[in-house]
Write a protein that binds this ligand. Structure first.
Ligand code: HEM
Length: 661
């Protein structure tokens, strides 16, 4: 296999993490001193640092901060002595945060004693995290000269230099690759064109010089281990499954909402994240490959007797490992319930094609496990290994704490502060071991979900189109997915922020005929022209502008539905994964002519949300989507959009042929 690890191997002194090759990219001060790290070491370590993280404290002024020397910073490069980092001249103790870092503890440990910005230059998933760090773990500051040295002397290469060529999508992050099509363009074709299919990678994409000979994966069942090459898969019966894949964080906007102390509402704290338009992190394809149960049967597992309950299950889970690995050498790995893998109707495939073409590199070429109805992350790409186990996978991806159901008293402060709440704590049988009184379950199937794709977030309907909206209503469109194979019975839409709803028209593109009961893997499209209320019409006719809040709410055939924003408090996790509550999409109706706004101020929409919000802050404006703000945002701000962390590719600049190809 060609991997970034292998390619960069000769360059550097190696770290050892749990017997694995580690950190080929880092030579900085932190790397040389902080070598004895790893997830296991992390969890067993007893930090000598006193108090846990304080999340809401006052941030001291710079002149009141203790000056910390570079040597002292560099000495704190491990979990025992404390894990410190410098960032924008400040020094932070991230010992506690490392345990719950969504990118994994190993990666932060690599940065121990050195400067964070060097890593963020590579990992575009991070916006500016200063506010969050200032409030949670600020220790002191470096002198200006030391801050410069700390940055310059931290050396970290780029493991993502040889990623496959890509285009067309809205790129949220280049490394690891996170990208998708702009919301409305998802509705161009029921099966998403491969070039537009959403990508949510965790590590660099692996590749093979000679895939026929070099690529293989291993399957372990009790008493037998067997290797498969591509030709072995081709010799088995091929199956076809029509399925939508959806990311655990499908509704990226708004995520990172944290349970507040009084638990009555959700509040957006400064936890770092990229906000994007009302995109849906999901796409649809027809997949072919070999049924996972057929491969397990070939290895000796009596899948039919197990599925019928005639024999006891030999294990709870099927662990899936990918050929991709992070820069500490840790592989990607997830688990799925064994009963799903052997379910004759579960449709778990070892997929080799999408929409009739070979899997693209970004989607797991040459073999990816398709687990319909489950969160995208469970659909392991670049399959390396399948094994039966009673334990979750030991990888960070499987044990991290963002796809679990927490006790009702869990909140952001506890999550960030409590050392016992580590990803490793959820490893046994998917239960939470950190809290004696409560159990925490790992979510595998997606809950019911819907997204508004038209109108786009913050879009503006100008005077040119108002007459039609007054007559016909506002056109609202989107998608819905039952999750876990459940059929959608209804999607309700609202344009007044959820005060009143009407049912939308559903379109499943004939999938109803394909699917069996409770095996509805495909998304539904829905649309409606929602009439304006008399009050809204009156306002518009009086020449005033209106800001509407467009909301959708899907319901499955079981009556399960999406919670309101207030009720979403029952679903907490740090990054808002699996949060399926009804999101609000602001859209403005104005009696001003769009072409005049365009002429005088430059069209600013669409703009990626992180920069949009930055512009907002810059202008000191509040509220979303009012005409004053639209008019004030200018071409200058569009030009200041930061392409380094969030590259906006305007889909309008591509031809319709491009989009559909
Ligand atoms: C204290 C410093 C750090 C903070 C506050 C931080 C914060 C975060 C957050 C909030 C995310 C989730 C992003 C999202 O889901 O939108 C994330 C993901 C990630 N972080 Fe960090 N991070 C830090 C340090 C680092 C370092 C030093 C590295 C690498 C050497 C790193 C690598 C990553 C990666 C690769 C991901 C994506 C993981 C995935 O694929 O899900 N982070 N980080």
């Amino acid at each position: 296999m060609r991997s970034s690890l292998a390619r960069l191997a000769p360059a550097v002194a190696r770290l050892r993490v749990e017997g694995r090759r580690s950190s080929s990219w880092q030579l900085g001060a932190g790397a040389l001193a902080g070598s004895a790290i790893g997830a296991a070491a992390l969890c067993e370590s007893k930090t000598t640092l006193g108090s846990p993280v304080a999340t809401n404290r006052e941030v001291p002024r710079d002149q009141d901060l203790r000056i910390i020397g570079l040597e002292e910073l560099r000495a704190h490069n491990n979990m025992d002595d404390g894990l410190w980092i410098s960032y924008h001249g400040h020094v932070y103790d991230v010992t506690h945060f490392a345990r719950i870092h969504p990118g994994g503890p190993g990666r932060i440990q690599m940065a121990g004693g050195s400067d964070l910005q060097k890593y963020f230059d590579v990992y575009h998933v991070h916006p500016d995290v200063s506010k969050f760090l200032d409030r949670t773990c600020l220790l002191g500051r470096l002198t200006a000269a030391d801050a410069k040295r700390s940055y310059e002397e931290t050396i970290f290469g780029n493991p993502y230099e040889d990623e496959p060529p890509r285009d067309l999508q809205q790129t949220i992050a280049k490394a690891p690759r996170w990208a998708n099509l702009m919301g409305p363009y998802l509705l161009d074709s029921f099966r998403t064109p491969l070039r537009g299919f959403y990508v949510r990678n965790h590590f660099p994409v692996p590749s093979w010089e000679d895939v026929e000979n070099d690529y293989e994966f291993e399957v372990s069942v009790p008493g037998a281990t067997r290797s498969f090459k591509l030709k072995d898969l081709r010799a088995l019966p091929q199956a076809t499954v029509e399925a939508t894949l959806i990311c655990g964080g499908a509704a990226l906007y708004p995520r990172y909402l944290h349970r507040t102390e009084n638990r009555e509402s959700w509040e957006q704290k400064e936890f770092p994240r990229h906000e994007v338009n009302n995109n849906f992190w999901g796409s649809h394809a027809v997949w072919t490959g070999v049924k996972c149960r057929d491969v397990l049967r070939l290895c000796g597992l009596d899948v039919d007797a197990l599925a019928l309950g005639e024999k006891p299950m030999p294990a709870k889970y099927l662990r899936l490992t990918g050929h991709d690995a992070d820069e500490t050498g840790a592989s990607f790995g997830v688990t799925i319930p064994l009963e799903k893998a052997i379910d004759p109707f579960g449709d778990v495939l070892l997929a080799t094609t999408m929409n009739g073409s070979t899997l693209p590199a970004d989607h797991g070429y040459p073999v990816r496990v398709l687990v319909p109805g489950f969160a995208g992350v469970r659909n392991c790409k670049w399959l390396a290994k399948m094994e039966l186990s009673d334990e979750l996978h030991s990888s960070h991806v499987d044990t991290h704490t963002d796809e679990v159901i927490y006790p009702p008293n869990m909140n952001f402060e506890d999550h960030v502060a409590k050392a016992s709440f580590t990803g490793q704590a959820v490893k046994r049988a998917g239960r939470w071991e950190g809290d004696q009184d409560n159990e925490v379950f790992r979510v595998m199937e997606m809950p019911v979900h819907s997204s508004v794709l038209v109108p786009e977030l913050h879009s503006v309907v100008g005077k040119e189109a108002i007459a039609e909206v007054l007559k016909e209503g506002l056109e609202v469109k989107g998608i819905a997915l039952g999750g876990g194979g459940h059929r959608i019975a209804r999607v309700d839409v609202s344009i007044d922020g959820g005060k009143s709803y009407i049912p939308a028209d559903l379109d499943d593109h004939g999938m109803e005929k394909v699917h069996k009961r409770n095996y509805h893997w495909s998304w539904y499209w829905w649309s409606k022209k929602v009439p304006l209320s008399e009050e809204m019409k009156h306002q518009l006719l009086a020449g005033q502008s209106l800001t509407l809040q467009v909301v959708s709410r899907a319901m499955t055939e079981h009556g399960n539905t999406q919670p309101s924003r207030q009720d979403a408090v029952s679903l907490y996790n740090l990054v808002g994964n699996i949060c399926n509550y009804q999101t609000h999409t602001p859209a403005a109706l104005t009696c001003l002519y769009m072409f005049l706004l365009t002429f005088f101020h430059g069209v600013v929409l669409p703009l990626c949300d992180s920069c949009y919000q930055a512009s907002n802050a810059q202008l000191g404006l509040v509220g979303s989507c009012d005409i004053t703000r639209l008019a004030t945002l200018s071409q200058r701000l569009l030009a200041s959009h930061d392409p380094r962390h969030s590259i906006y590719i305007d889909p309008r600049s591509t031809t319709p042929t491009d989009r559909k190809s």
